[in-house]
Design a binder for this molecule. Structure first.
Ligand SMILES: [Ca+2]
Ligand SMILES: [Ca+2]
Length: 283
């Protein structure tokens, strides 16, 4: 039978749809959203464990990785990007990002809002803030035993000289993390409600625990840990009613001493090296 024009059009449309589906699947694996405000830029790969992997104040990046993992009951932990592709909405111009991941049992919404401070001169202190609100919905008809993990790997200046310490609130729950590089500055994160478990560590002990395919709880080692490639994580354990939800609010703050741009330092070093060679020749 000769293909009719209608059939050809149908074929063409289904071909285009298939190509579009491949394209969507491809972009979902690495979907990078950039937030900007005043002195700050943050980049979030919403489709992989890389997660928030850049948070710069006046061009100085202070963050290697911040991302979220979850666990249902005593199943292994998994990162939230494995639940589904992210549904992405931007708000507040270039400052706000809302993401949603869902399967047939639960949904997780993570909202990010970047607030950069004013630009300052070299040697002065600059600040930046990211507020995050996480809402976990039980969309099933049964109670949901759900653990939520936040993992953070800040690198302040030299990544090998950072110290991290976790703190607890009056109810004995972990609600604060402070990471310090004495030369460059600090980052402080405060959360509500407080977390049931916390872990201050050195890269990559906690990350291995989250990706090793077995259920693991954080160690409740609050530190101080370091100096070294410091990381930290928090774990909330919830029992969420059918149709119910829980919310976690976080505020992350950076206070950074602005150093000359790497290009300037390199040029200065080259200039000094050139001077040394010149002296040797003259000597
Ligand atoms: Ca450092
Ligand atoms: Ca680190």
């Amino acid at each position: 039978m000769k293909p009719t024009q209608k059939n050809l059009t149908r074929k063409w449309i289904s071909g285009v749809c298939a190509a579009a589906a491949v394209l969507i699947a491809f972009t979902a694996s690495a979907q990078i959203i950039t937030l900007t405000d005043n002195n700050s830029v943050a980049k979030i790969d919403v489709g992989s464990q890389a997660g928030m992997n850049y948070w710069a104040v006046q061009g100085q990046n202070m963050l290697n990785q911040q991302w979220f993992w979850y666990r249902v009951g005593q199943n292994p932990e998994a990162s939230i990007d494995t639940i589904s592709p992210a549904t992405v909405t931007l708000f507040n111009g270039t400052r706000g990002l809302s993401t949603y991941y869902a399967n047939n049992l639960f949904g997780i919404r993570v909202d990010y809002l970047l607030s950069g401070g004013p630009f300052v001169g070299v040697g002065e202190q600059a600040s930046s803030d990211i507020g995050e609100t996480i809402t976990i919905y039980n969309t099933s008809s049964s109670p949901l035993e759900f653990s939520f993990f936040q993992y953070s790997d800040f690198n302040l200046g030299d990544p090998l000289n950072d110290t991290v310490q976790l703190g607890k609130n009056l109810r004995g729950l972990w609600n604060e993390a402070v990471q310090v590089d004495n030369l460059v500055g600090l980052t402080e994160t405060v959360t509500a409600p407080g977390a049931n478990h916390g872990e201050a560590g050195l890269y990559n002990a906690t990350l291995v625990k989250l990706n090793d395919g077995v259920a693991s709880n954080l160690s409740d080692v609050g530190g101080p840990v370091g100096p070294g490639d410091a990381t930290w994580a928090l774990q909330w354990d919830f029992l969420i009613n059918p149709g119910g939800y829980v919310t976690i609010s976080k505020d992350k703050y950076l206070n950074v001493r602005i150093v000359p741009e790497p290009g300037t330092v390199t040029l200065l070093a080259l200039g000094l090296a050139g001077l040394a060679i010149l002296r040797r020749r003259q000597g």
